[in-house]
Write a protein that binds this ligand. Structure first.
Ligand code: GDP
Length: 445
């Protein structure tokens, strides 16, 4: 499970694997790797320092059991500590247990994805919980914003508050709740106005709306791609209006999750949901254990498996899952996976979840990934013989040359594909060793 990091750490611990307990010097060396991984993932420096110190305390003196390497032992401690720092394993769901209509206040900067997220939440409440949702835009600065939300509501199939020109945010919010009550809505989502940056007038407006409506949830929407700025924004909003939860958008991008870690440490509010694309379905529950994996560069197998089971037909995912569990995974399965990934839509959202793909993605734009890597891998695989696909180990130099020539690629690219496949199957073998229990643990915490 702790592939990348434990791989790096095992280098650090090489030669001392016979020792029973980890010494301070051993751990200090390992912590340098952890520090780098975290800074790389855009975690705030003070948070990294604090975290590394805590892990050091735990790791020094740890007995290394025979069955695992010191690298794995430390990686596990780091992983557990990350999950802890992210708020503990498991998702914190939206709290909608109150007398209907339940007011939900959406706050955040302009462009963070607030309006889109309001629509996504409405869709999820409608389809998963059969709730009646009313959307209301309080953005009186930009008349287009109210129209945007109305159109969004129509697309989702939920209600939207009729627009009355000239009404102020607090009046609109009150009218939304009255309408909600009168027309039997379960939830009223209030989409406040955003600004390009935080200013006192904005905060006062949000406070006034809050005081007039008593929201059960005040959800802050932040853009994960803005890294440390997202954390500063969260801190300011939390101090000014108090937030009950965070939605991190654009987690489908290159953001490696560092902002998520700092977020929890700095605001104390749990991240409840993540946005994974522009489509209205692209909203997921937030799981600390998955982001921990992302920070450590392990990929997000659990997320991938879930996404697959949501998108693909059941039989196919069952078949893939069975092969994974049996530790049998060949290049045909890899090719079939690539095809399915194509079907799953947003490639960029999926790629971040694949082990070892994060780095590759940094190098290429999304465009290149769509059109190039996945298709090329499929082409390369289709230039292999059946035996080669079943037993990739037989692919040595001369076969590589033939495959490269046949697929119009290079030996280097064939090597890359084989390495990628190798990384994936190693992780899958580990998962299968953990057995169903381990898999469940990983999925739920
Ligand atoms: P607002 O100004 O905060 O209301 O932002 P919008 O909801 O209008 O979103 C701004 C842009 O970000 C739009 O183009 C959205 O489609 C896009 N967007 C929102 N959430 C996500 C997300 O999770 N991932 C990606 N890739 N784009 C998003």
């Amino acid at each position: 499970m702790f592939d990348t990091l434990s791989g790096k750490l095992s280098g650090v611990f090489e030669g001392l694997s016979k020792r029973g307990r980890l010494s301070e010097a051993d751990v200090a060396e390992a912590m340098r790797e952890v520090r780098l991984a975290m800074l790389d993932a855009d975690v705030a420096l003070p948070v990294v320092r604090d975290f590394v110190n805590k892990v050091k305390e735990k790791a020094v003196g740890t007995e290394v059991l025979e069955s695992i390497s010191p690298g794995q032992a430390v990686a596990k401690i780091v992983n557990d500590a990350l999950i802890e720092a992210l708020g503990g394993a498991g998702n914190v769901p939206l709290n909608l247990a109150a007398v209907a209509p339940v007011p939900v206040l959406m706050v955040g900067l302009q462009g963070s994805g607030k309006t889109t997220t309001s629509g996504k939440i409405a869709l999820r409440l409608l389809t998963r919980e059969r709730k009646r949702v009313l959307l209301a835009s309080l953005d009186v600065q930009r008349p287009a914003a109210q129209l945007q939300l109305q159109q969004l509501a129509e697309r989702v199939g939920v209600g939207s508050l009729p627009i009355i020109a000239g009404q102020q945010p607090v009046e609109i919010a009150r009218r939304a709740l009255e309408t909600g009550r009168r027309e039997g809505y379960d939830v009223v989502i209030l989409d406040t106005a955003g600004r390009l940056s935080i200013d006192e007038a904005l905060m006062q407006e949000v406070r006034d709306v809050r005081d007039a409506t008593n929201p059960v949830e005040t959800l802050l929407v932040v853009d994960a791609m803005t890294g440390q700025d997202a954390v500063n924004t969260a801190q300011r909003f939390n101090e000014a209006v108090g937030i009950t939860g965070v939605v991190m958008t654009r987690m489908d991008g290159d953001a490696r999750g560092g902002a998520a870690l700092s977020m929890r440490a700095i605001t104390g509010a749990p991240i409840k949901l993540v946005g994974l694309g522009e489509k209205l379905e692209a909203l997921d529950d937030f799981y600390p254990e998955r982001v921990a994996g992302r920070i450590l560069g392990l990929g997000d197998i659990a997320g991938l498996v879930e996404k697959a089971s949501e998108t693909l037909d059941h039989e196919e995912s069952e078949r893939v899952a069975k092969k994974m569990m049996a530790g049998k995974f060949d290049l045909d399965d890899y090719a079939s996976q690539l095809r399915q990934i194509g079907k799953m839509g947003s490639i960029s959202g999926i790629v971040g979840m694949l082990p070892g793909m994060g780095k590759l993605k940094e190098k290429l734009g999304d465009q290149d990934l769509d059109t190039s890597i996945f298709k090329r891998h499929q082409v390369i695989i289709s230039s292999m013989t059946k035996d080669e696909r079943k037993t990739p180990a037989i692919i040595k130099a001369s076969r590589k040359k033939r495959i490269a020539a046949g697929s119009g690629t290079t030996v280097q690219e064939v090597n890359k594909l084989l390495k990628q496949f190798d990384d994936m199957s190693t992780i899958m073998k580990r998962i299968s060793k953990m057995g169903l229990g381990g898999m469940k643990q990983m999925l739920s915490g």
